[in-house]
Design a protein around this ligand. Structure first.
Ligand code: PGA
Length: 251
């Protein structure tokens, strides 16, 4: 069971040409990158099928978005089954930008998790507290509530398809990274919560990624911590050289 994962999240960035160039650069580098880490990227949805076709076999592809509904009259939505049929491996769910800008509630997050697992699509479940919550010292309560709700209907057998990404909102795109101590503390909390909610083995096998201004200069210190199994990388994943440097932070 390989817990280490580094995933890019391009958000709404890159043209298709830039995306394909990045993919080609990664393809050339891939065999030289550490083998003890799974490598993934979440490009904009219109590029998914093309990138699945052209990617290095080792690269996993994630969708940044997925419908909370099944097939039917839902204009603009795309389902977990459609993503699976295109060869997509994972979907990001509950990212703070989707929660705050697109009304993704805990209930919607939970529905999406369920849809993905039913379809056989992996889930990268994002959670994180905002600055007020951190200042009030209630970050653990916030994470607990998000996880409880999102994983409410999930059985431990399905947890092998779930990756957790801890992303403190105050660190996303702000250049302000959580310290390795702050990240480690929350990751350890999440793992102990998983152990109580499921069992110790499930907690041990679940990848818990850190996200929020993770970059080549701080990745090594973060990933060195026992419970930090890698990162969900926004800005620093756009440049393939930086992204590779982050992957090489795994010894
Ligand atoms: P960032 O974004 O690395 O640009 O802070 C991380 C994320 O939102 O997943």
């Amino acid at each position: 069971m390989m817990r280490n994962i580094v995933s890019g999240n391009w958000k709404s960035n890159k043209s298709i040409t830039e995306a394909r160039n990045w993919l080609a650069e990664m393809g050339e580098a891939m065999d030289k990158l550490p083998q003890n880490v799974r490598v993934m990227v979440a490009p904009p949805a219109p590029y998914l099928a093309v990138l699945v076709k052209e990617k290095h076999s080792r690269l996993l592809i994630a969708s940044q978005q997925v419908s909370a509904s099944g097939e039917g009259a839902f204009t603009g939505e795309f389902t977990a089954d459609m993503l699976v049929s295109c060869g997509v491996d994972y979907a990001l769910i509950g990212h703070s930008e989707r929660r705050s800008n697109f009304g993704e509630t805990d209930e919607i997050v939970s529905n999406k998790v369920q849809r993905c697992l039913e379809a056989g699509l992996g889930v990268v479940l994002c959670c994180g507290e905002n600055l007020n919550e951190r200042d009030a010292g209630i970050q653990e309560d916030v994470i607990k509530k998000q996880l409880e709700s999102a994983l409410n209907d999930v059985k431990e057998g399905s947890m092998k398809s779930v990756v957790i990404a801890y992303e403190p909102i105050w660190a996303i795109g702000t250049g302000r990274t959580a310290s390795a101590d702050q990240a480690a503390e929350m990751h350890t909390y999440i793992r102990s919560w998983l152990s109580l909610r499921f069992d110790e083995q499930t907690a041990k096998n679940t990848s818990i990624l850190y996200g929020g201004s993770c970059k080549p200069s701080n990745a090594e210190e973060l990933f060195a911590r026992e419970d930090v199994d890698g990162g969900l990388i926004g800005g620093a994943s756009l440049n393939s050289v930086d992204f590779q440097a982050i992957i090489r932070s795994f010894k």
